[in-house]
Write a protein that binds this ligand. Structure first.
Ligand SMILES: [Zn+2]
Length: 203
């Protein structure tokens, strides 16, 4: 094996070693942990967040496996024609019957910045068109801001817009119509201090 191959192997071996240690530690702390989770998952929350490696859903709200149903994509978007996101939403509402849907963005989002800068990264440019539309619709407000503030304000606007998209879906409307209790929350996370700010939420 050459050096590059060895490095490659150790990068992955690290994960497998971590996993083994974590599974052993978790089982020691709660011998029933895996057998309980194996039987069913009953998460209270659906999390729709950004794929950014710095915003891991469970970790930043200190939840365990089984606690949160997660969908992540670039720039935490809810696109009505995205079969993936819609399926997650439908399953979370109809089958898991989550009580809360959280759309969580983050300041300094690379997807939002790329949309604002008009940089080209390939296929993803098309995905980011949705954010460009939000920027266009709010151009008057955004233009008044300094660059850094403009990105962060657009990050906030994007979260609020995606939460609105959740509310407009047929699956969400159907759940409300049949009397299901589900609250929608718009969160934004700060990479600089690890704190979440609530932008909007159902009472
Ligand atoms: Zn992001």
């Amino acid at each position: 094996m050459n050096t590059a191959q060895e490095e490659n192997k150790s990068e992955i071996q690290r994960l497998l070693d971590n996993n083994k240690n974590w599974a052993e530690k978790t089982q020691q702390e709660d011998p029933e942990f895996f057998s309980k989770l194996e039987k069913q998952q009953t998460p209270l929350y659906l999390w729709i967040g950004c794929s950014d490696s710095r915003v891991p859903a469970n970790q930043i709200v200190d939840l365990m496996p089984g606690d949160v149903f997660v969908h992540r994509n670039v720039a935490n978007m809810v696109v009505h024609t995205d079969f993936n996101c819609m399926s997650v939403l439908q399953y979370a509402l109809d089958v898991l019957k989550v009580k809360h849907i959280i759309v969580c963005g983050h300041y300094g989002c690379g997807g939002v910045q790329a949309a604002l800068d008009g940089d080209s990264f390939g296929l993803i440019d098309n995905w980011l068109m949705h954010i460009k539309d939000i920027a266009k619709a709010n151009a008057d407000e955004l233009e008044k801001l300094e660059y850094h503030d403009r990105i962060n304000r657009l990050c906030e606007m994007n979260v609020l817009e995606q939460a609105r998209h959740v509310r407009e879906t047929s699956v969400y409307k159907d759940a409300i119509a049949r009397g299901q209790t589900v609250k929608l929350h718009s969160f934004i996370y700060s990479l600089s201090n690890g704190r979440i700010t609530v932008l909007e939420r159902d009472e």
